[in-house]
Design a protein. Structure first.
Length: 93
């Protein structure tokens, strides 16, 4: 294998790794999960005055649980259907 072919195959491997690492599902899922945990904790520690402002609905708790569910959905989707690496091209002669 020539030096050029070796460099091309190395770059293709790095490109596939970067595509998996920066998959948008990972970013969205991670952010929604982290923010969902934060908002859920805020909902669990809500005072009576906060509940009174929201007409008795613990909106932080419900929003946090929804965000947490959405974030976990994206992460499970990523785990079940990972990005396929690009098919290797035949060597040019």
């Amino acid at each position: 294998m020539s030096e050029l072919q070796r460099e091309v195959s190395e770059l293709e491997r790095k490109s596939a790794t970067a595509a998996r690492l920066f998959d948008i599902r990972r970013i969205i899922g991670g952010l929604f999960t982290v923010y969902g945990v934060i908002v859920t904790v805020a909902g669990l520690t809500a005072s009576d005055a906060d509940l009174e402002k929201a007409v008795g609905v613990n909106i932080n708790l419900w929003t946090g649980l929804g965000m947490l569910a959405l974030g976990l959905f994206f992460l499970v989707w990523l785990w079940l259907r990972p990005v396929a690496p690009p098919a290797p091209r035949p060597p040019a002669e």
